[in-house]
Design a protein around this ligand. Structure first.
Ligand code: ZN
Length: 127
């Protein structure tokens, strides 16, 4: 892959990573606040039981959101690492270069369209 393409995709990946880190940072500080409130007893012994119910639902949603984003963040980190190692944009199965159009659509991908389709077909057969 050309140097300027590397820079181009690296920027996309790093921007996305920073965006998600920010999102997760907000969620993390939220859950930290909840934890400290719990341990001090303020939340647990409050009279607002209905508030408690919705608070735990909010926490559950936040957790799901965080875990999905956490997985994506890991993929982004991996892709950035591959750019730094010079292996980004190369299919891990057939070792050919992945098309730029595919990388634009899925910047964290590790395999080319042909191999992805072959893999999907293979899964169908096994299912
Ligand atoms: Zn391939």
């Amino acid at each position: 892959m050309e140097q300027e393409d590397c820079e181009y995709f690296k920027k996309i990946l790093v921007d996305k990573r920073n965006e998600i880190r920010n999102d997760l940072g907000v969620l993390e500080s939220h859950s930290m606040n909840n934890t400290s409130a719990d341990s001090s007893g303020d939340l647990i012994y409050s009279d607002h039981m209905s508030d408690l119910g919705s608070a735990s639902m909010e926490r559950e949603k936040a957790f799901l959101f965080a875990s999905r984003d956490g997985a994506y963040l890991e993929q982004l980190e991996g892709a950035i690492q591959r750019i730094e190692e010079g292996t980004y944009g190369v299919c891990r199965v057939c070792q050919t270069e992945i098309s730029k159009a595919r990388l634009e659509a899925v910047p964290t991908t590790k395999i080319c369209v042909a191999c992805k389709e072959a893999e999907a077909a293979e899964k169908e057969k096994r299912a």
